[in-house]
Design a protein around this ligand. Structure first.
Ligand SMILES: N=c1c2ncn([C@@H]3O[C@H](COP(=O)(O)OP(=O)(O)OP(=O)(O)O)[C@@H](O)[C@H]3O)c2ncn1[C@@H]1O[C@H](COP(=O)(O)O)[C@@H](O)[C@H]1O
Length: 134
């Protein structure tokens, strides 16, 4: 998936300087970060609504739109996909799975606390829930 996102990110960068009359991406760049943020939020809401309605195909379609609008916002904000992968790897190293770090752990001690060290790594998502290694 990261390859697809990275290809899309490069395509978005390439489209930035195209004619806004023919390129949605160029038009989004012309209209600026607030429009990009609005579109991203709209897509997120569409994914939520379709998921709540159990419309799997729509969730897939809207998720692709969400990821497109996210890469546009990344490009506008000077964020590269590898920056996000690095953060996800950092979280995975700390917590066994790419999840939000507790606020207190954002300033991590050099040596993981016993609590963190004791956590068994969550190795993979099986189905829809992560399973701890026993
Ligand atoms: N991956 C995408 C992509 N995904 C989604 N979209 C657009 O985003 C829209 C989804 O957002 P909306 O639901 O808001 O669409 P909408 O309601 O019709 O849009 P608005 O009227 O609200 O502006 C889709 O209808 C697509 O037109 C994309 N547009 C472009 N790309 C890629 O971006 C690159 C640049 O393409 P251009 O922007 O066409 O130059 C190319 O690689 C494209 O494949």
């Amino acid at each position: 998936m990261s390859d697809s996102l990275e290809r899309l990110y490069l395509a978005v960068l390439a489209a930035r300087d195209l004619d806004p009359a023919t390129s949605r991406t160029a038009r989004l760049f012309q209209r600026g970060p607030s429009k990009m943020a609005k579109k991203l939020a709209e897509e997120a809401i569409e994914v939520v609504i379709d998921a709540v309605n159990g419309d799997t195909d729509a969730v897939i379609r809207e998720s692709a739109d969400l990821l497109y609008n996210l890469t546009v916002l990344w490009a506008s904000a000077g964020v590269r996909p590898e920056d996000v992968w690095r953060e996800m790897t950092r979280r995975e190293d700390m917590l066994g799975i790419a999840e939000k770090l507790p606020k207190s752990s954002m300033k991590l001690p050099k040596v993981a606390s016993p609590r963190v060290a004791a956590r068994r790594p969550i190795v993979a998502l099986e189905g829809r829930t992560a399973r701890k290694r026993h």
